[in-house]
Design a binder for this molecule. Structure first.
Ligand code: MN
Length: 248
């Protein structure tokens, strides 16, 4: 039984005549390789997006635009990148809906930032200008290449999945979590102290990572293990829902 894994998407304009749904193909490739059935979720409105999540056994909040600082009560700084307020509104609601539904959630890059903001946390809008001593987090190397270390918290879910506390990751972000939300625990940091992973303890699989495991998974067994665990937990959560006694 392949669990259905929803993937959030954005809009792209290709030319004057073509505009449409976009998500990097590495996401669905990593899901398929881990035994899941990928389903790209078009950006609709918060209500109908909840119906789309009803169709899914687990949800990936994918990478993309900067988060509108209005979402966490901040003013836009000089180096804020392009934002997509509609996507923010839909995804902030969708994070809460997914967690409320008890479905596994894997939040990647922008997704990890949206997860944090949806639960009440804040962000750095631009590391190079707001975080003295920051590493190069917008790597010039190809997307799948690992460029910096992340130290994982002893005993965290990610530590259990990877079986080690130091991992190599790629880095394609200029924003990052500033203040982690009260419901999240920081479980991964870069050597400059930038938050690279958060988890919601006591929930089903609810993990945010600042790197892009989907683009490392083709060659990296650790990132394959992350997707396998996420897909396995999505399958298990589905089974639990189906076997729960009917009420009302
Ligand atoms: Mn990084």
């Amino acid at each position: 039984m392949q669990p259905v894994i929803g993937i959030t998407s954005t809009l792209v304009k290709i030319n004057e005549f073509s505009e449409g749904v976009y998500v990097h193909q590495d996401y669905h490739r990593a899901i398929v390789a881990a035994g899941g059935l990928p389903l790209v979720l078009p950006l609709t409105d918060p209500d109908s997006f909840s119906r789309l999540i009803d169709l899914c056994d687990g949800v990936i909040f994918s990478g993309g635009e900067d988060v509108d600082p209005q979402q966490y009560g901040a003013e836009p700084q000089q180096h804020l990148g392009p934002i997509h307020p509609q996507r923010d509104r839909v995804e902030v609601a969708a994070v809460r809906y997914t967690i409320g539904a008890g479905k596994p959630l894997l939040a990647i890059c922008r997704g990890a930032q949206v997860l944090n903001v949806a639960l009440g946390g804040t962000l750095y809008q631009d590391l190079p200008s707001e975080y003295p001593g920051a590493l190069q987090h917008s790597q010039k190397a190809a997307r799948g290449v690992d460029t910096h270390w992340v130290e994982l918290a002893e005993g965290s879910y990610l530590h259990r999945i990877f079986g080690q506390t130091q991992i190599r990751v790629n880095s394609l972000h200029h924003q990052a979590i500033r203040q982690a939300a009260a419901g999240l625990v920081v479980t991964g940091t870069a050597s400059d102290g930038v938050i690279e992973a958060v988890e919601a303890p006591g929930c089903v699989f609810t993990i945010g990572v600042q790197w892009h495991p989907e683009s490392m998974a083709e060659r990296d067994p650790l990132m394959q293990a992350l997707f396998r665990e996420f897909v396995d937990q999505s399958r298990a959560a589905k089974k639990n829902r189906l076997s729960a006694p009917l009420t009302g």
